[in-house]
Design a protein around this ligand. Structure first.
Ligand code: AMP
Length: 419
């Protein structure tokens, strides 16, 4: 870059600007409240981790680790990676601080930016924002149902009409997924010359992922592939049936998608995804699942867990209706002259201290310009401080909906606008 006038945000990133930025903040706050009411405590982990956390926790054969991580060496020669997802860091933090020694499950909620070097397109960024919860230390199907219901509720409250897809991918035993994977590998090997090259190379390392392939050649082969749900052991089958019956009790509508596999290696049993219309090809708004093997993969104790991550960028895109036009200030102080502006500053500040949003003109506009500004901010009230008002120490209070005016002494303005 030679010329500072041409600086732009890096490819795949964005600036979040007004007025939509406020809508975004509101949706995130509502999520945090919802998660909090269900007992999920906020947690923050660093934006970068030792690279091994993701190599072990997500799996080296995964797309994310193999192709998409922002990995760098710091000045001390350590390999660090900007987090591409939130679950492995949260589980790393739980183990590091021994949170599992307290009451189980450990219930945590996070929100923050994630980083993946993907090819940018509509709904796909290199820095994107996820909200997620994790329940760590419970294998109960009740926990699966709780977690799924919370994510579903959040999406519906946010104005998204999601379709919920669920599946079970079993656990890593010969009697369950491992046996199935051998059958799948056999099937893929038989059809290897029909598969796209990238997918052919995955037969040995990560055969499940061929279900996620976007290559037409591969998808047509996969239509006849054996599915994991037909090969579940009795325990995994019973667990999945319980999850479904709890979701039915909670009136959470779901569809079983036997081809739904999660792209990350540590997933076990329940896998789920929410998709929404109007998003084009990137139609997944969130997803999650059980990760009973993750803690051990990160060197911790055996700790079954489940969680989800929802992509805020896609939630905001899929929401019905445009941005809520928010009021910037309930009360607007129209001040004319230096003394009035000084009085206005005190008045605006005392209203704000009392919890009422208030603004005043900061550009020395005339009466007309200030009234226009008040309307632009969606104010309910204008407090007019002109020469006459300053002399009598009584402001003119104008209701901007009815246009009614009354004279109010300075000390009574707060009470008047509350009524
Ligand atoms: P994943 O961890 O890949 O299952 O992602 C969970 C959710 O995060 C997805 O359903 C998307 O809503 C969102 N997401 C994942 N990758 C991106 C991306 N590159 N850009 C925007 N949102 C993303």
């Amino acid at each position: 870059m030679t010329n500072t006038a041409s600086f732009r945000a890096p490819r795949g990133t964005y600036d979040r600007l007004p007025p939509g930025s406020r809508d975004w903040q509101k949706v995130v706050r509502e999520a945090e409240d919802l998660f909090g009411r269900a007992g999920y405590f906020p947690v923050d982990t660093p934006a970068f981790e030792h690279t091994e956390v993701f190599e072990r926790g997500v799996g080296e054969a995964s797309e994310v680790v193999g192709k998409q991580m922002y990995t760098f060496e710091d000045r001390g020669g350590r390999s660090l990676t900007l987090r591409p997802e939130g679950t492995a860091p949260v589980v790393r933090a739980v183990i590091e601080h021994g949170l599992q020694r307290g009451a189980l499950p450990v219930k945590l909620a996070y929100s923050g930016f994630m980083f993946r070097q993907e090819r940018p397109q509509k709904g796909r960024f290199r820095q994107f924002f996820q909200l997620g919860i994790e329940a760590i230390g419970s294998a109960s199907a009740l926990t699966d149902a709780e977690v799924i219901e919370i994510g579903h509720r959040f999406l519906r409250d946010a104005g998204v009409e999601p379709r919920l897809l669920v599946n079970s991918i079993g656990h890593s035993a010969e009697s369950c997924r491992r046996g199935y994977l051998r059958e799948l590998q056999g099937f893929l090997t038989d059809h290897s010359d029909e598969l796209a090259t990238d997918d052919r190379e995955r037969i040995g390392s990560n055969p499940l992922r061929t279900f996620d392939s976007k290559e037409a050649a591969t998808t047509s082969v996969m239509a006849d592939a054996p599915v994991v749900s037909d090969h579940l052991c009795a325990e995994c089958r019973a667990h999945f049936e319980l999850v479904q019956s709890y979701l039915t009790d909670l009136s959470v509508d779901y569809e079983i998608d036997t081809r739904l596999v999660r792209g990350l290696d540590y997933y076990t049993r329940t896998a789920f995804e929410w998709v929404a219309g109007g998003l084009g090809s990137q139609n997944a708004v969130g997803g999650g699942g059980r990760y009973d093997g993750l803690s051990e993969a990160l060197g911790g104790p055996s700790l079954p867990g489940i969680g989800f991550a929802i992509g805020m960028d896609r939630v905001m895109e899929a929401r019905s209706g445009g941005p809520d036009v928010d009021q910037t200030a309930r009360v607007y102080v129209v001040a004319l002259g230096d003394d009035a502006r000084r009085e206005g500053l005190m008045l605006v500040t005392s209203l704000r201290r009392a919890g009422i949003s208030a603004a005043q003109d900061l550009s020395e506009r005339g009466m007309k310009g200030q009234m226009k500004d008040a309307v632009r901010m969606g104010a309910d009230w204008a407090v007019i401080l002109g020469e006459k008002e300053m002399a009598s120490k009584r402001a003119t209070l104008k209701n901007l909906h009815t246009q009614d005016q009354e004279s109010v002494d300075f000390g009574s303005i707060e009470r008047a606008v509350r009524s």
